[in-house]
Design a protein around this ligand. Sequence first.
Ligand code: KIV
Length: 258
Amino acid sequence: MFLKINKLKSKKNRSKIVCLTAYSKNIAEEIDKYTDLILVGDSLGSVLYNYKTTRKVTLNMMIEHSKSVRLGISKSLMIVDMPYNTYRTKSEAHKNCKKVMKETKCDGVKLEGGKKIKNIIEHLVKNKIPVLGHLGILPQSVRGKFKSKGKSLREKNQIMRDAIILENAGVFAIVLECVESGLSKAITKQIKIPTIGIGSSNNCDGQILVTDDILGLTNSKIKFVKKFVDVKKLITEGAKKFNVEVKSKKYPSKKYSY
Ligand code: KIV
């Protein structure tokens, strides 16, 4: 676990770090060859369950999806998002993160926030639980529309300060979500651990996106989302062909029957 984390950290200034989300074994298995890190993100709340916010995602949901993802990963680092209200105090965070680590056999957890959760992160790291930080837009705290972060001087200073606090608290890398490109460049230069951008420009040490978005399974209109392939089309095509063959009795032919 720590070997894999050190390998990821050593990529800073050497090669870009490739990260994607997965919520199930079948997807994890296919992306693992091309990723350094796979995140079981609490974005599964909106992507799979149509929740308006990630706040409804429970610890049990994260654990069950993560167990499935674990079955599909052989080389990437596996990180699990800690859902809302599961890390409010040191003891709550420790108890829940330990449970996640034990039941899912993941390599670490991700927590959203800066200065406010400094003590909690320090406590987890001291107890050998690797933590991935998350700054910029914090989906568990956002109400209403997502806006980019770091445009005003006050916000810039605060996010930079938080990045330094997280590094000192012991996180192994930081996700920067929708952080203005000049600021993500400055943070990436300032800290010694990798920055993983999502909507935060190619100035970061790596990139993460939601796999369902890059596959075209969602109808996301978010500026930073790029649809790399159209899996929806393939699914429709497969279902349509099955429908036609069942109705015409072409399927199942003798070859597919006992
Ligand atoms: O929940 C999630 O998927 C995330 C992202 C960084 C993609 O937090």
